[in-house]
Write a new protein. Structure first.
Length: 277
């Protein structure tokens, strides 16, 4: 069993191009146990997974299975009970500068305009703002926010605010983008547009992406690999390669190949009914 496999999981081999790349994120037997007044509560059983540099990996699973816990541990925002997570060979023990994070809510500061919100990570890290301002404007142009730099968050739609949050996560040029249900609060049409936007940004920046979602179609549309997690305490139940050609237009969702993949993944949750169709 290689480092990208989990005991008992139905794991398909990596695509050749991904397998040939260096491991960027290594999750090695990482677990999480919360200590409560009623005793220890196991959130995650040992998770073992390798993510290649530049790969787009999406995690799906039932509510409460520990998906967000796993992402927060990878981000250095939550301690690991046992095992380890490393980025480029360095163990994660605290938030890393080489990681950008996007949550379900954009969490934009209401008193700062969009450009200043995007520049916030640069200011917080004490970086040279003159060096990163051109990058911020380039990201805004890529995300379709050109001309909205002086707008306040409330003056933008939910989708535009989330694009700003993605730009903010990327402005300091991290090599990894961690995303926790970034489009869960959006309506269906806006969500589809944001899927296209995220695919385009990923293509243009070459980042390694780990995304959490409840939506199986979203996972299949975006991912190189879909990681399926079991109910709590979460563990990897299966990993599926998504061999659909890129870039993917929304029309790919109507193809037999797309339908077959979503049906295969949905079968894991048919009895529970707690993952979005």
């Amino acid at each position: 069993m290689n480092a990208g496999q989990a005991a008992g999981a139905d794991v398909l081999p990596l695509r050749p191009h991904a397998a040939a790349q260096e491991t960027h994120i290594r999750i090695a037997g990482a677990t999480k146990v919360y200590q409560t007044a009623d005793g220890p509560v196991e959130s995650l059983k040992p998770i073992t997974l390798d993510i290649a540099r530049g790969e787009f990996v999406v995690v799906v699973g039932p509510s409460g299975c520990g998906k967000s816990t796993l992402l927060k541990m990878a981000a250095g925002l939550l301690s690991i009970t046992e095992g380890s997570i490393s980025i480029s060979g360095r163990e994660v023990t605290e938030p890393a500068d080489d990681v950008g994070i996007v949550f379900q809510s954009p969490v934009l500061l209401p008193w700062r305009n969009i450009f200043r919100n995007i520049m916030l990570p640069v200011e917080m890290r004490g970086l040279d703002t003159s060096k990163y301002e051109p990058r911020a404007r380039q990201l805004m142009q890529t995300a379709g926010l050109d001309g909205f730099d002086r707008k306040l968050p409330w003056q933008l739609s939910g989708g535009m605010q989330q694009r700003a949050a993605i730009c903010r996560a990327l402005v300091h040029d991290p090599s990894i983008l961690l995303m926790d249900e970034p489009f869960g609060a959006l309506d269906a049409m806006t969500r589809e547009r944001m899927n296209l936007e995220l695919q385009r940004i990923w293509y243009s920046t070459g980042k390694t992406v780990l995304l959490i979602t409840h939506s199986i179609p979203e996972a299949v549309f975006l991912a190189d690999r879909v990681v399926v997690m079991s109910e709590r305490p979460g563990q990897i139940a299966a990993i599926y390669n998504v061999d659909l050609p890129r870039p993917r237009p929304l029309t790919v969702m109507g193809t037999p190949e797309f339908a077959a993949m979503t049906q295969t993944i949905r079968a894991h949750f048919f009895a529970q009914g707690n993952v979005d169709a």
